[in-house]
Design a protein around this ligand. Structure first.
Ligand code: FAD
Ligand code: NAG
Ligand code: NAG
Ligand code: NAG
Ligand code: NAG
Ligand code: NAG
Ligand code: NAG
Ligand code: NAG
Ligand code: NAG
Length: 591
């Protein structure tokens, strides 16, 4: 592809590491810390930053990936697709063959870089519904996870910023539900692809089906609104760029070791299972090192990495571990179970215009001009992913489907369906010019699992994302595609939409549509729930409402794996608030 070849040189334009990132284990100031954070990803970067605010506490981050410094593919919003599946910046996993996808195994990306998935994700900033969080409070018996209690943490995380083009944003969001004093930059699209005004006009012409929602991040997401991105000043804002800034990295009590691959947690006390050591390798060499934590080990290795590390430490389903010859320290059958993702498919139309994002992939002059503009002023087409709006919708109340399936949505303000309105092809490239609506199951019933495939910590685990495992989820996509098709029947699309490209127009029955869905749908890369929170007295679950590993002392899990249900939203905002509240829980426990 055009873009890849252009960027090979640039991608390695890595600047000299900042001083507190260590190059070798021998350079570390010691092998004992108050807190060891396993995984400097989205949540881990927040936790390490917050804990090291206390100068009396020493904090070590062990991150398997590389530095984010100077990685242009991460910084320039539009270039992210070139980073995925990359051997340096991605774990490049694949799922197991998914029965719900007609047996296909699909590529499953997790970032391998400081900042974790926030450094290579789609930058959607979506908090979910108030119901989602109120359900977390109910499932955990801890009102601290309710929407009202969590709301201040959204504000603590968010730094609302002017869009890159500094356009007038009145009427495009509700300032009352945002904060300009947090850490992670959030902004409206900084480049106005013309299709955005047609999407807005549709919310007027078809207002019953597609009402305008001024701000889907208010707790009530239903309707169509302007997309909010984790972008500040035209550049991606990741957990690394927003929480591990150079002043934070200069703190004498914070230490960061990159390319440090954690194999397992160690326990050496006999009375009660207590973890206080972490075993890891560095730079791919076979030698293993051990560091100890005086206070806590914070596991932030993500929905795949966290259960992977714990299972190799002897925690998990007893029979599964014994089957692999791993000595069992703690039988915890919920670990790795109950994971879910937002399965997604795309409707695409060719359009009567060349003014779409597709132009970047097929007009070298345009691409070079846009790159130069972004490079010098951080403005222009490079500052978005081409998605202008996002819509959240529910199935019809009383739909027949609810006689067959329990409604998985957390409540009446919670969507079943997500619609992403894109000026161009969604997530790929195709010759020509398009409008597309990617649709996703916002509240899935499907569940999958993470399991070990071998006793070697370097082998990838078995990732069953459970995509479209439930027929309910296929029905949701079917209805969502029909909704997308209805969207473009508004008068404003006349003369602009030329031809439906996907699904192919010879698909005229629901059963053919479902087959199209199963043979083309994929992941949103939102896997959550592999180490779910549950109430203290629950007969299942992995962590308690304070995020402490059940059945052991010394370990807290702080990342997207603790979400007991996937939110009806992209998962980074939920991950950020888990990390912010998690940091406060740790501070309270040790102050
Ligand atoms: C391609 C893609 C697009 C996405 N788009 C969006 C979006 O637009 N909006 C949104 O809200 N969400 C999006 N998400 C999801 C969101 O980014 C994640 O849910 C969230 O960032 C997860 O955060 P985390 O802290 O749980 O894990 P991560 O951010 O994955 O952090 C885990 C870290 O642990 C490290 N690690 C793992 N194992 C080990 C080990 N053994 N030793 C040492 N380190 C280890 C990893 O390298 C990583 O840095 C997307 C995700 C992907 C992959
Ligand atoms: C990523 O994984 C896919 C599927 O397993 C494989 O085809 C591809 O070669 C991998 N990419 C790299 C860079 O290893
Ligand atoms: C095990 O305990 C000893 C002393 O009790 C301590 O010095 C050592 O660091 C511990 N090992 C780990 C891995 O925590
Ligand atoms: C999965 O979660 C549900 C609650 O949502 C719970 O009832 C069930 O026991 C969990 N399963 C496992 C294996 O933990
Ligand atoms: C390519 O982009 C340039 C710069 O925007 C523009 O002037 C030119 O007309 C485009 N070429 C084609 C074939 O559309
Ligand atoms: C970006 O700007 C730098 C100077 O600031 C320059 O060296 C580089 O060539 C520019 N790259 C592009 C793609 O414009
Ligand atoms: C699991 O292990 C088997 C046997 O070693 C191997 O053939 C297979 O590729 C592994 N699966 C994954 C997903 O790594
Ligand atoms: C394309 O748009 C032009 C006006 O911009 C219009 O004249 C023409 O009829 C349109 N083509 C189609 C096929 O609708
Ligand atoms: C639609 O047409 C394609 C070929 O263009 C064919 O492969 C497919 O089977 C057809 N689908 C249906 C439902 O007729």
């Amino acid at each position: 592809m055009l873009v890849i070849s252009l960027l090979v040189g640039l991608a390695f334009n890595i600047v000299v590491c900042q001083s507190k990132i260590y190059g070798s284990v021998a350079d570390l100031p010691g092998l004992t810390y108050d807190f060891i954070v396993v995984g400097g990803g989205t949540a881990g970067s927040v936790v390490a930053s917050r804990l090291s605010e206390n100068p009396a506490w020493s904090v070590l981050i062990l991150e398997a990936g590389v530095t984010n410094e100077g990685v242009v593919l991460s910084e320039a919003p539009v270039l992210v697709n070139q980073m995925l599946s990359h051997p340096i910046w991605s774990w490049n996993y694949s799922t197991t063959p998914q029965p719900g996808l007609n047996g296909r195994a699909v590529s499953y990306q997790r970032a391998h870089i400081l900042g974790g998935c926030s450094a290579h994700n789609g930058m959607f900033y979506t908090r979910g519904s108030a119901d989602d969080f109120d359900r977390y409070a109910e499932l955990t018996g801890d009102s601290g996870w309710s929407w009202d209690s969590i709301f201040p943490y959204f504000l603590k995380n968010e730094r609302w910023t002017a869009p890159a083009d500094h356009h007038d944003t009145r009427g495009q969001y509700n300032p009352r539900v945002h904060s300009s004093t947090g850490k992670t930059g959030v902004s409206l699209p900084g480049y106005r692809w013309p299709v955005g005004s047609r999407v807005m006009q549709t919310t007027k012409e078809l207002s019953d089906d597609f009402p305008f929602n001024l701000d889907y991040n208010s707790g009530n997401p239903l309707g169509v609104g302007w997309l909010q991105y984790t972008i500040g000043g035209g550049e991606r804002s990741s957990a690394a760029t927003s929480y591990l800034t150079s002043d934070v990295q200069q703190r004498p009590n914070l230490h960061i070791l990159l390319t440090a691959r954690v194999f397992s947690l160690l326990s050496n006390k006999s009375n009660r299972l207590s973890f206080n050591g972490v075993q890891f390798s560095h730079n791919g060499s076979p030698e293993l090192f051990t560091v100890s934590a005086k206070k806590e080990i914070v596991l932030s290795a993500g929905t795949i990495g966290t259960p992977h590390v714990l299972m190799h430490s002897g925690v998990g389903n007893k029979a599964d571990l014994e089957g692999l010859g791993i000595p069992v320290l703690l039988d915890l059958p919920s670990l790795g179970q109950n994971v879910s993702d937002h399965a997604a498919a795309t409707t695409t139309w060719s359009v009567n215009s060349t003014d779409t994002q597709d132009e970047l992939g097929q007009n070298m002059t345009f691409f070079n001009e846009a790159f130069a503009e972004w490079n010098s002023t951080k403005t222009g087409p490079f500052t978005t992913l081409g998605i202008t709006h996002v819509g959240w919708a529910r199935l019809k109340e009383g739909d027949e489907i609810f006689k067959q399936f329990e409604d998985p949505a957390a409540g009446p303000r919670t969507p079943h369906i997500e619609l992403k309105f894109t000026s161009g092809t969604f997530g790929g490239s195709r010759v020509g010019h398009y409008f597309s609506i990617n649709v996703a199951v916002a509240s899935p019933l499907s569940r999958g699992s993470i399991k070990l495939n071998s006793s070697n910590p370097l082998d990838p685990p078995l990732i069953d994302a459970g995509l479209l495992q439930s027929d309910f989820d296929v029905f949701v996509i079917q209805e969502a595609i029909k909704m997308a098709q209805k969207f473009v029947t508004a008068p404003v699309w006349k003369g602009y939409i030329l031809e439906q490209i996907t699904p192919p127009t010879n698909i005229t029955t629901d059963s053919a549509l479902r087959d199209f869905i199963r043979s083309t749908a994929g992941t949103s890369s939102h896997l959550a729930g592999s180490a779910g929170m549950s109430a203290r007295n629950a007969g299942y679950g992995v962590v308690d409402p304070d995020l402490l590993l059940k059945g052991a002392v010394g370990v807290r899990i702080v990342d997207a794996s603790v979400l007991p249900r996937i939110p009806s939203a992209h998962t980074q905002a939920a991950t950020y608030v888990i990390a912010e509240r998690g940091s406060d829980l740790i501070k309270q426990a040790w102050s």
